[in-house]
Design a protein around this ligand. Structure first.
Ligand code: IPM
Ligand code: MN
Length: 365
């Protein structure tokens, strides 16, 4: 197939991890006979510096007409004191909203080679396999009005029935093809939005009698997540809770740098690692590219329906970890690499999984 992928490296370690993921997609394309055209554009602090807007019009237009968008990370101390609409994060939030991306899928698994990499005991993390479904375009992140003064600050938390319905359906559909368990996480003992959330989730549940549904309060779920992670399958939750719980879940996997995400719901999907721009290690070839590479695998699967290609990329990452390769964030990795070198190991593994068919390449004199 032919496809156009818009690439948004962003800030901090973003460009470094994106470079490795794009190179992996290129190898996959060659191995399976696809043509991907990559088009780079500005977002975040890099875009603020270049044109005073964290989401330039041109970037948004390119994304709207793309077949998929791959993003690195945004943010950094250089822009922390800027007004809200000049902050890198607001560019990303505007992009998510403009593309209508309301369902953010964050899979969390524990690789057998990394059971000791987590500060949580191996017998607890072993076998963890979660899918966090985070609502992405509502809640506190997008509440209006909002206000800041030296004396008072205000953010509002609003959810509509329709906003909850659509993300809940995504979560139930995913659960149907997994272990058929869904836990919906809220704070219904305190928040009106959470009471509505519960009602709507229960309503959707009647369409899925084969799925077992539980409700949990976010405080106690935060504890259950690291004390008995294996008990959960699909975790459905609102925007802010999902942001917090997914970083917590990354502790089970062994590093924040490992986890990918897919943001779906609109006409174009956005794929990005769940980690941030890590300014403390930016430009030092230290960042773990795996979260971004696995996001590229999610892109192949969810944006293009290329399941075999996605699996080839995931298998390559799997073998790389199994063989003890990793960046510095992975405690106990036998073979320590920089960002670029780990990317190269993964690319070699892709061609081992799927050798390029001889005869496809035309060598010109
Ligand atoms: C994430 C990030 C973003 C979020 C930031 C960078 C705006 O933390 O994708 O999890 O809060 O959604
Ligand atoms: Mn986050």
């Amino acid at each position: 197939m032919e496809a156009r992928i818009v690439v948004l490296p962003g800030d901090g370690v973003g460009p470094e991890v994106i470079r490795e993921a794009v190179a992996c997609l290129q190898v996959v394309a060659d191995a399976f006979g696809h043509r991907f055209a990559f088009q780079e554009a500005l977002i975040g602090g890099a875009a603020v510096d270049a044109c005073g807007d964290p989401l330039p019009e041109r970037t948004l237009e390119l994304c709207r007409s793309a077949d998929a968008v791959l993003l690195g990370a945004v943010g950094g101390p250089a822009w922390d004191k800027h007004p809200r609409d000049q902050r890198p994060e607001s560019g990303l939030l505007r992009l998510r909203q403009a593309l209508g991306l309301y369902a953010n899928l964050r899979p969390v698994t524990v690789h057998p080679a990394l059971e000791d990499a987590s500060p949580v005991k191996p017998q607890i993390v072993r076998g963890t396999d979660l899918m966090i479904v985070r609502e992405l375009s509502g809640g506190l992140y997008f509440g209006e009005p909002r206000m800041f003064s030296p004396e008072r600050a205000l953010n509002t938390l609003l959810y509509t029935r329709e906003e909850i319905l659509r993300v809940a359906r995504v979560a139930f559909e995913l659960a149907r093809n997994r272990r058929r368990q869904l836990v919906s996480v809220d704070k219904a003992n305190v928040l009106e939005t959470s009471r509505l959330w519960r009602q709507v989730v229960d309503e959707v549940a009647t369409d899925y009698p084969e799925i077992s549904v539980q409700h949990a309060y976010v405080d106690s779920f935060a504890m259950a997540l690291i004390t008995r992670p294996r008990d959960f399958d699909v975790v459905l939750t609102e925007n802010l809770f999902g942001d917090i719980l997914s970083d917590e879940a990354a502790v089970l996997a062994g590093s924040l740098g490992l986890l990918p995400s897919a943001s779906l719901g609109g006409t174009v999907g956005l794929f990005e690692p769940i980690h941030g721009s890590a300014p403390d290690i930016a430009g030092q070839d230290k960042a773990n590219p795996i979260g971004t590479i696995l996001s590229a695998a999610m892109l192949l699967r969810h944006a293009f329906g290329l399941t075999e290609e996605a699996a080839a990329l995931e298998t390559a990452v799997d073998r790389t970890l199994r063989d003890g390769h990793g960046t510095g964030d992975l405690q106990g990795a036998k073979h320590r690499h920089g960002t670029a070198s780990l990317g190269a190991v993964i690319r070699t593994a892709i061609t081992a999984v799927r050798p390029t068919v001889p005869g496809l390449a035309v060598i010109l004199p």
